[in-house]
Design a protein around this ligand. Structure first.
Ligand code: SF4
Ligand code: SF4
Length: 199
């Protein structure tokens, strides 16, 4: 789809935003290291991707990279939008709960990610294009299956500081170009809001 390639050209070629793989390398290497110690998610039911524990929120550039992973075309666009909309309705992500003036924030809701499939496959988003927070969240012992899984905040912070300025530019560019009024939101909402502005 030309709009997606045009945008990739602007972000990654003209403005030198490193591609998804490079910006996620630290977390991917960490995961590979865990895998060599037999610490992985293969036998888990996907606790961190489902309603029981998932409240992941993502930025516009992460939403764009999920769109890249989905390989959106004119043929599958409607199907993808319908799936996202249904997921948003199922988990009432279209109703924000305001926590009061003192907090000036909204309650983070839990939801099953629309890109999660039960079984051995789990996440259907390409590793190099997954939300940073998803990649940084891993088991720490063998066969844990969700019990003691945690975020490697050290690696996530190093990654963020490495790419802070470039990602800030990319997020501001997407916000301005597509008139987005959010910094971060739940995965299905972020992807649908961006898709609707793009197409
Ligand atoms: S993007 Fe993948 S890893 Fe992240 S919550 Fe969704 S299914 Fe899970
Ligand atoms: S990170 Fe933990 S909870 Fe999430 S899929 Fe892997 S083992 Fe399960």
């Amino acid at each position: 789809m030309t709009k997606i390639s045009q945008l990739s050209q602007i972000l990654y070629k003209q403005n030198s935003i490193p591609p998804g793989k490079n910006r996620r390398e630290l977390m991917i290497v960490d995961m590979q290291k865990l895998n060599t110690q037999k610490i992985h998610c293969f036998n888990c039911t996907g606790t961190c991707c489902t309603y029981s524990a998932n409240s992941m929120q993502i930025t516009p550039i992460e939403a764009f990279e999920i769109i890249l992973s989905l390989e959106v075309t004119n043929e599958n666009l409607l199907e993808i939008k319908t799936k996202l909309l249904q997921n948003i309705k199922d988990y009432r992500l279209d109703h924000e709960i305001f926590l009061g003036k003192k907090n000036i924030s909204h309650l983070r809701k839990t939801y099953t990610c629309p890109f999660f499939t039960p079984g051995s496959k789990g996440c259907t988003i390409k590793k190099d294009l997954k939300p940073y927070g998803c990649l940084g969240f891993n088991p720490r012992i063998e066969n844990d299956n969700g019990g003691l899984c945690t975020s490697n905040t050290e690696i996530l912070e190093v990654r963020q500081s490495q790419f802070r300025d470039l990602e800030l530019w990319a997020n501001n560019y997407l916000k301005k170009e597509f008139n987005l009024d959010w910094e971060k939101c739940e995965i299905p909402k972020a992807v649908l809001l961006l898709l609707e502005k793009m197409f």
